[in-house]
Ligand binder design. Sequence first.
Ligand code: COA
Length: 264
Amino acid sequence: MTVSDESKAVIVEDIGDGVWVFSINRPRTLNALNSEIVQQLKEAFDAASKSASARVILLTGKGKAFAAGADISALVNFTPEEAMAFSRSGYELFNMIEGASQPIIAVLNGYALGGGLELALSCDFRFAAENVQVALPEILLGIIPGFGGTQRLPSIVGHARAKDMILTGRKLDAAEALNWGLIHRVFPADRLLEESVSFARDLAAQSRNALGCAKQVLNSSRSLPPQEGLEIENQALGRCFRHDDSREGMRAFLEKRKPNFKKQ
Ligand code: COA
């Protein structure tokens, strides 16, 4: 399906084999994030959470940007209270993404700046085009990242590098971002979506239950003391062994065939 107009701020497509694609669709303003986009993304992730056919989600942007940050033309008129409310609305969305049982892949087709990069940081994977530029440039506007960037970035790249990015606002190219572990894979721009879809299809063929357990345990490892984290892991392992997919996965190995995991 090709949609060229901007009647929807977020386009949702089920492309089959368990993969859904969400595209932010405000290319004229480089997909700058406003309340409408945040709301439509919430609705899209809510729909995916209730659908058996959404096993892996790709999140990308139409045009030359993934998202060039929060919409500065709205921010400029915000009172402090409105700014804080917009920030909290972003937290809700990004917590939905992080807490979703499906793997979510940010496909960075171009600029991922400010809130755009913070959106990507809440996803499980970040794949990028060779020409990507990533930054948290809020300091250059006299503000700070307000969609969780100060909390998520250090846990991904470490404190020293997070300070380098947030205190200077400087842009990183694909090579530096890859070297820092900020993005997982880089592809030529014309192959980015195709490679991302292929990766997503492979992931969608895995056990949905095991992927959800792995994601939950890994997320909790960021905030829990190791002993509590081990207990969460232990409980999740139990859930895997109670699920038919574990028998299927191990039997398939022993029978030298591909596993056929449940589709929901
Ligand atoms: N908020 C609102 N509008 C934005 C925007 C944002 N974050 N980022 C880009 N736009 C708009 C521009 O104002 C421009 O609108 P116009 O055509 O009405 O003038 C349009 O998108 C295209 O952007 P433009 O700056 O002309 O493109 P460019 O290729 O020359 O530069 C960027 C691209 C990303 C380097 C530049 O747009 C930029 O620095 N954007 C702001 C990034 C930022 O500070 N983000 C953090 C926000 S908290």
